[in-house]
Design a protein around this ligand. Structure first.
Ligand SMILES: [Zn+2]
Length: 187
């Protein structure tokens, strides 16, 4: 069976799940900016977050007291607020925080089998059952039933509540929905 690539792209970066000390908003968003302080040869680096409610700012440590010549510390990139680095740091600071995403993929075939490999350079922390329900247009119950019946398989195997990871594949034996009588609606 041919394998199709589906690319999961985040719309944004993970938030910092920390309540704002000023207004009580329940999370802070990255500004994409760093703060770098030099103390002799040692440097502190923070990523700056902002409250979406009141604009209060708060720093989250990225490096503490690192030497300027340490290979893993791209000080120049921090100083110029390199956007790719800011994105990468925001993901590293909040592993497992769900992120809104889009899926770039070809249209689903009308019927027949499907095998897909996931490409997800940034971990978006979406559950498999929720992801498949949204992308296949199935109910969550149908996804879970197919999962149990193994007409829908994920490799390497995991639980339906586990997050989708880069490089995993899934296959569906038959995409077409069997017509089922819809329940009568009242009102
Ligand atoms: Zn606030």
């Amino acid at each position: 069976m041919e394998t199709t690539l589906w690319r999961i792209r985040p719309h944004t970066v993970p938030v910092w799940a920390l309540a704002c000390a000023r207004c009580g908003a329940s999370w802070l968003e990255s500004t994409g900016r760093f703060r770098v302080n030099a103390n002799g040869r040692r440097h502190d680096v923070w990523l700056i977050y902002r409250c979406p409610g009141c604009g209060a700012r708060r720093k989250q440590p990225v490096h503490r007291r690192v030497r300027a010549d340490a290979a893993e510390v791209p000080l120049d990139a921090y100083r110029r607020d390199d956007p790719v680095l800011a994105e990468s740091v925001a993901f590293a600071l909040a592993p497992g925080v769900p992120v809104a995403y889009a899926v770039e993929r070809p249209p689903l075939p009308e019927s027949g089998p499907l095998r897909v490999r996931i490409v997800q350079p940034r971990f978006c922390a979406v559950r498999w059952d929720r992801f498949l329900a949204a992308e296949l247009g199935w109910s969550r119950r149908r996804v879970q039933a197919a999962w149990r019946a193994r007409t829908l398989c994920v490799e390497p195997a995991c639980r339906a509540s586990a997050p989708v990871r880069d490089g995993q594949c899934f296959s569906v034996l038959e995409l077409r929905c069997r017509p089922s009588p819809s329940p009568p609606r009242s009102g």
